[in-house]
Design a protein around this ligand. Structure first.
Ligand code: CU
Length: 146
């Protein structure tokens, strides 16, 4: 009887407690040459991304290619950086010193809510390559999730 009560308590805890808090993770992105590695990642709301090996580089949100109202970030060039993502969507970020060379990355948080915007506006831009990789990744990820 006591163990049944305990089991119910666990079930209630799991229902009440958002999974994002219970299983929040930190995912690392590093730099290889003038590329972020990996270039595209998928995480869940509440997860944190940590950029390391950032000598000579920055991580900077490209807000017009990210969810509406996304909190901006702009790391100091050369400094490692961390950001926690709570809102769903695809975030495109760049390295300021190398954005003209296409140094950029994509973070898919939960559902890619702004993927249609990326499909429409992503083609004639500096970040075409990373946008297309993100769209491809998001489509695969969605399929495997269903
Ligand atoms: Cu760079």
């Amino acid at each position: 009887m006591y163990s049944q009560i305990r089991n119910i308590q666990w079930i209630v805890l799991f229902l009440v407690c958002p999974y994002t808090i219970a299983w929040a993770e930190t995912v690392n992105i590093t730099v290889s040459g003038i590329s972020f590695e990996p270039k595209v990642i998928a995480i869940q709301p509440g997860d944190t991304v940590s950029w390391t090996g950032m000598t000579g580089h920055s991580t900077t949100l490209v807000s017009k290619l990210s969810p509406n109202g996304a909190l901006e970030w702009d790391s100091r060039i050369g400094s490692d950086f961390e950001n926690t993502f709570n809102e769903e969507g695809v975030y495109i970020y760049k390295c300021k010193p190398h954005s003209n060379l296409g140094m950029a990355g994509a973070i898919i948080v939960g559902n890619p809510t702004n993927i249609d915007m990326l499909r429409e506006h992503g083609q004639n831009h500096n970040f075409k390559e990373i946008i297309n990789q993100a769209i491809e990744y998001a489509e695969k990820y969605q399929d495997s999730d269903l």
